[in-house]
Design a protein around this ligand. Structure first.
Ligand code: S3P
Length: 427
């Protein structure tokens, strides 16, 4: 699918952001191993979450999708699937599922699309092998398809990670759930797994040295989850509302988990006009209504812990930087190169087609704001966040932006273009 996004006036109104992708995956996977059925509302219905749901179904778990809710019914004694489990475009599916499966005495094969088949898996297969799991893949376990022969995990292993990754941390905790395991990361990545496991009754706590220690889990209580709306999806509207003149957008009930709310801090650092109204949240995740109004942004430095806390939002923050006064430096974000695409080179290339001066760094980029001009052209092939980031730019630059393979948005935000159109401006 090719779309051409052009300026079409201010964005004004309320946007119903879809459910949080990370929490959606976890609400299915974790309830699938609970002691009874659970109800999930607000689940993201997208390609990535469908991959997790379909994999669980193939293993015998009940995933009953009804209007407005999904019922997850665990199955004692999982079925060994006769076909490979297709993880599609979803890194969270393949990495969390490989840990989840390591604890089960089953033989499974995990495959993905072109993009996923290029992404590094040693970060999970390495620790899982160290736990005693039999897991393999191309390039000595670094590339999918992965094969998992589970049920052989040793108790009490300790994993001092050299990257901060919620997917890796979660795979280890899931693999070690029956026997106990400890994991520590160099910086704290998003903690949805820890929050949800604790809410389900797991004995999981962090000690003063930063180790997450999980005691062997005998029973996990089923957890009804009201999935918050996805801050990573909201980020496109936070930037669009900031850079498109006269815009004012209201984004209700969005998740603002501090471990991943860096986009709010980064935009504030750039002078954005953002109001956050925290709400009482019954679940494990904090939520808020957010209002954004257009204002002239200025350059800022996004690095260190802040870069980790807004890693998924950096492509669209780079678009904001291109519209800002002055220079924005993004550093400490080399992980961006191993996402659904090499997002550093994709963003740099896309911004250059828009006339922006941008220097590529190994771990980020330096963007000189203020000279964005269209028409631009990007190919989103395999990367939803690239498609949406440049769609936002298209609403701002004269001549707009053409996006090829824009259907990548189905991974995380299937109705993104419909909503953008509803607020005026796609063709
Ligand atoms: C995710 C973790 C992050 C993030 C991804 C979702 C998760 O990846 O980029 O979109 O749900 O655990 P890493 O774990 O690779 O940092």
């Amino acid at each position: 699918m090719r779309v051409h996004i052009e300026p079409a006036g201010a964005l004004v109104g309320e946007v119903e952001i879809p459910g949080d992708k990370s929490v959606s995956h976890r609400s299915l996977l974790f309830n699938a191993m609970a002691a009874g059925p659970a109800r999930v509302t607000g689940l993201l219905r997208s390609g990535d979450v469908a991959a997790t749901a379909n994999a669980l179904r193939a293993l015998g778990v009940g995933i009953d999708e009804r209007p407005g809710e999904v019922i997850v019914t665990p199955k004692a004694g999982l079925v060994s699937p006769s076909q490979p489990l297709d993880c599609g475009n979803s890194g969270t599916t393949i990495r969390l599922l490989s840990g989840w499966l390591a604890a089960h005495p089953l033989y499974t094969v995990l495959v993905g699309d072109d993009s996923l088949s290029k992404r590094p898996m040693r970060r999970v297969t390495g620790p899982l092998r160290a736990m005693g799991a039999q897991i393999d893949g191309r390039d000595d376990g670094n590339l999918s398809p992965l094969t998992v022969r589970g049920g052989t995990v040793r108790p009490g292993t300790r994993h001092d990670l050299n990257i901060a990754s919620a997917q890796v941390k979660s795979a280890i905790l899931l693999a070690g759930r029956n026997v106990g395991v400890s994991v520590r990361e160099p910086r704290q990545s998003r903690d949805h797994t820890e929050r949800m496991l604790i809410a389900m009754g797991a004995d999981l706590s962090r000690d003063v040295e930063g180790w997450w220690n999980l005691q062997p889990v005998t029973t996990l209580e089923p957890l009804d989850v009201a999935v918050p709306r996805d801050l990573s999806a909201a980020a496109f509207w936070l930037v669009a509302g900031s850079i498109i003149p006269d815009s004012e957008l209201r984004l209700p009930t969005v998740g603002i988990n501090p471990a991943r709310a860096g986009v709010l801090d980064a935009l504030k650092r750039m002078g954005a006009d953002i109001q956050i109204e925290p709400l009482d949240a019954p679940g494990a995740e904090p939520i808020a209504n957010i209002v954004v109004r257009c204002t002239q942004l200025h350059g800022a430095t996004i690095d260190g812990n802040l870069a980790l806390r807004c890693l998924d939002e950096l492509p669209v923050l780079a678009v904001a930087a291109a519209c800002a006064d002055g220079v924005t430096t993004i550093r400490d974000a080399s992980e961006l190169r191993v996402k659904e695409s090499d997002r550093i080179s994709r963003v740099v290339g896309g911004l250059r087609t828009l006339g922006v001066r941008v220097e590529e760094l190994p771990d980020g980029m330096v963007i000189t704001g203020g000279n964005l001009r269209g028409p631009g052209h990007v190919d989103a092939h395999g990367d939803h966040r690239i498609a949406m980031a440049f769609a936002v730019a298209g609403r701002r630059v004269p001549g707009g932006v053409v996006i090829d393979n824009a259907d990548a948005v189905t991974s995380s935000y299937p109705n993104f273009f419909d909503q953008l159109h509803g607020l005026g401006g796609t063709s």
